[in-house]
Design a protein around this ligand. Structure first.
Ligand SMILES: NC(=O)c1ccc[n+]([C@@H]2O[C@H](COP(=O)([O-])OP(=O)(O)OC[C@H]3O[C@@H](n4cnc5c(N)ncnc54)[C@H](O)[C@@H]3O)[C@@H](O)[C@H]2O)c1
Length: 267
């Protein structure tokens, strides 16, 4: 079956856009005639990456809500609309020793979780004004299967998946489909500190292009609130969330949670 592609001339914003996934995604979207605005931390290197891709660059630290809003306003002013926001910026904890470095923990959660919350807050009104569109959050397999080596990353990505699922119904009512992608380990700079271990063990890692394909499919074809697992040799598959045991009424019947409080996967 052929996947629908984004309409030529539509406008997409990518956070953390100068990184491995961002570059692969930008390249593929540009080839589909999508106008791509790359955002990332301000540096010569990141500006050059955008220039090499032929994309405008806007500096953005995702932890700053006002800066997210300013970037979206600029995209609308310069391109007339915003159809898709890829909330993709992220870091992992550098240290994996037994002690937990709380400063580092908070930094990871601030970027990987609250950066996503800020991005949704900023992009929602603009995508609604465009008549609807998509928000695709780069979570991680670690958000579904926590990593003992990086509790902060696991919490942040698990939170991002929960945020996507809980926001989905209200965004859907605005015509916006929000979804999460949950890649396993992929060949980008973020795995530099542990790359050797994969190589030694002969463990397969994803290419950034494989992940970018799933990111594009999520724009055009995702179910609201879905999380797509991406693994080498597997492709992108929707994750099936398991429901929790239900409450019982006094008469012993299963109590039904009011619809408005149910996650999308339980409706
Ligand atoms: N590569 C993997 O194995 C893997 C697996 C699952 C999920 N992810 C997630 O994919 C996303 C993209 O990562 P990547 O693999 O391309 O790694 P990457 O390190 O190449 O890219 C991450 C980008 O995020 C940017 N960034 C960091 N802090 C930021 C901030 N405060 N504001 C704005 N931008 C910021 C960095 O400058 C960088 O360009 C991240 O959210 C990461 O957690 C990666």
């Amino acid at each position: 079956m052929t996947q629908p592609t984004p309409a030529p001339g539509s406008v997409a914003l990518i956070t953390g856009g100068s990184g491995g996934f961002g570059r692969a995604l930008a390249r593929k979207l540009r080839a589909l005639d999508v106008n791509v605005v790359l955002t990332d931390l301000d540096s010569e290197r990141n500006r050059q990456v955008a220039a090499d891709l032929g994309c405008p660059f806007l500096p953005l630290d995702v932890t700053d809500l006002a800066a997210n809003e300013a970037v979206v306003a600029q995209v609308e002013a310069e391109h007339g609309r915003l159809d898709a926001a890829y909330l993709n910026a992220g870091i992992s904890a550098a240290k994996s020793d037994e002690a937990l470095d709380l400063d580092e923990f908070m930094k990871v959660v601030e970027i990987d979780l609250f950066g996503v919350v800020n991005g949704v807050q900023a992009a929602r009104p603009a995508i609604t004004r465009a008549g609807g569109g998509a928000i695709v959050v780069t979570a991680s397999l670690a958000g579904l299967s926590p990593m003992a080596g990086d509790p902060a990353y696991s919490v942040a990505k698990g939170g991002a998946v929960a945020f996507v699922r809980s926001m989905a119904p209200r965004l859907d009512r605005d015509g916006i489909t929000i979804s999460a992608i949950c890649p396993g380990f992929a060949d980008t700079a973020i795995i530099d500190p542990i790359r050797e271990e994969f190589e030694k063990a002969g463990f397969p890692v994803l290419t950034a292009d494989e992940v970018a394909d799933a990111m594009i499919a999520a724009w055009t074809s995702a179910e609201p609130g879905a999380a797509y697992v991406i693994q080498p040799g597997l492709g992108a598959v929707p994750y099936k969330f398991k429901g929790v045991p239900s409450a019982k009424t006094e008469s012993g019947e299963t109590a039904v949670v009011p619809e408005a409080l149910r996650p999308p996967s339980m409706r």
